[in-house]
Design a binder for this molecule. Structure first.
Ligand code: ADP
Length: 422
């Protein structure tokens, strides 16, 4: 009880000293003197009762309304204020009380000040964590809105571009017809150029539409029975001209899962692997090698597409699956679908990922890094479920018929020749 009396004894001096030295720069919300008096009352109550929780209400009030600037500048105003109050209390006690009394008072109130400091530090930390999480939530909402706007823009732009493109296509075809009747070779050559441009533009618009369909979770799959080996053979054949022109070796190594009848959307899988393979072609220098391989895993088939190309840096290995995630220079874009480093708009891999994920699979890439000199290469892994049963009864019936016609191990009897061809 003696400490409470000593506190009363130094109250006026304490209040004067603290308000004079701290009034400036505290940003006090109420008249500072009143706030200090309340603090002192609470301290006295705490000391008298032996319960530091008497300090809680004033500490909560002080820490509960930090200004935005305090939070942004990460200031611990109340902790700093308390530290100064403690130091002034020491001075006031030493200067105004007998030595023993000062010692008694300081020994008694130190645990209460320690409690106040700990409590304040926790409250200020909580206020900052709340502030940061709110900032993060706001930022995330902004990003989501931005992504939605981007996605809407892609969808609107793609559909708007499609109509005039169809018109240009129609007129170009009519011009070609009339020119071929006249036999004007020069114009015919020019029209071939126009046609190539139209096809390229159509491919980009189709990619934009696919991306917006995937973004809006509207990709519907047309599941059919297929052999992956068949799909890869078709792809190998379709890309033969390009690989020959670029002196690239595109090899397909048959593996256990590639001979399995599975259910998948043949056209969409063709599109997915076409994207991965044309990328491998684009980013592998002439005379390089691209290998399609794979293995059977429990419930899944893993397909790998390995190239001896320029590779992908670790920081870009996830980015490339995001839309417009191309990592090259913008001026390299659209310089050709299969030319070395002829980058596109960066929609191929997001579409591929969308297709693979719609099948219940996943895609990722491994590479030792990006190096145009050493060419460390890239290895794309694609996992797709080994779905061997049809959910659609019509498909089940068709599957039954096809199963009867399963090929010999040498693969001579291939019933899918056209049924599942993309
Ligand atoms: P793009 O239209 O630019 O080819 P993609 O989405 O198909 O877009 O690919 C995104 C980016 O990923 C490419 O711009 C390229 O930088 C990188 N990339 C994709 N495949 C490979 C690969 N096999 N080797 C090296 N880089 C690759």
């Amino acid at each position: 009880m003696r400490a409470a009396e000593l506190l009363t004894q130094v109250r006026t001096t304490w209040l004067q000293r603290v308000s004079v030295s701290l009034a400036r720069g505290t940003g006090a919300r109420q008249p500072f003197g009143q706030q200090l008096e309340r603090f002192y009352d609470c301290l006295q109550q705490a000391v008298t009762s032996g319960n530091p929780a008497w300090l809680d209400s004033i500490l909560l009030e002080w820490t509960g309304s930090p200004t935005l600037t305090d939070l942004q500048q990460q200031k611990n105003n109340v902790s700093e204020l308390l530290t100064k109050i403690i130091s002034i209390t020491n001075d006031v006690a030493i200067e105004n009380l007998a030595e023993q009394d000062a010692l008694d008072l300081l020994t008694t109130i130190t645990p209460f000040y320690t409690y106040a400091l700990e409590k304040t530090a926790r409250l200020e930390m909580e206020a900052r964590v709340n502030y940061i999480s709110n900032e993060l939530i706001e930022m995330q909402q902004k990003l989501e809105r931005l992504d939605k706007t981007k996605s809407n823009f892609i969808s609107v732009a793609a559909h708007e571009l499609k109509t005039p493109l169809t018109l240009i296509e129609g007129y170009a075809a009519m011009m070609r017809d009339s020119v071929s009747k006249d036999g004007n070779h020069q114009i015919d050559t020019l029209l071939t150029g126009v046609n190539t441009g139209i096809q390229r533009l159509r491919a980009i618009i189709d990619d934009m539409i696919d991306v917006s369909v995937i973004d809006n979770n509207l990709l519907s799959l047309n599941m059919q029975p297929l052999w992956l080996s068949h799909l890869f053979e078709i792809l190998q054949r379709d890309l033969e001209n390009v690989t020959r022109e670029r002196h690239l070796d595109l090899e397909f190594k048959p593996f256990e899962g590639s001979e399995l009848w599975i259910y998948a959307d043949t056209e969409r899988l063709y599109q997915a692997f076409y994207n991965v393979l044309t990328n491998a072609i684009k980013y592998t220098p002439d005379h390089g090698r691209i290998t399609i391989d794979g293995r059977m895993l429990p419930g899944f088939i893993e397909i790998t597409v390995t190239d001896t190309g320029i590779g992908i840096s670790p920081e870009n290995q996830a980015v490339i699956f995001e839309k417009f995630g191309q990592v090259g220079r913008a001026n390299l874009h659209s310089s050709g679908k299969t030319k070395f480093k002829g980058g596109g708009p960066g929609l191929g891999l997001p579409i591929t990922r969308g297709i693979i994920e719609a099948h219940g699979g996943t895609i990722w890439v491994e590479s030792d890094g990006y190096d145009e000199e050493k060419c460390p290469g890239s290895k794309f892994h694609i996992l797709i479920p080994a779905r061997t049963e049809a959910t659609d009864p019509k498909i089940a019936k068709l599957f039954g018929k096809l199963e009867k016609a399963q090929p010999e191990p040498d693969g001579k009897e291939n019933p899918s020749t056209d049924a599942s061809a993309p």
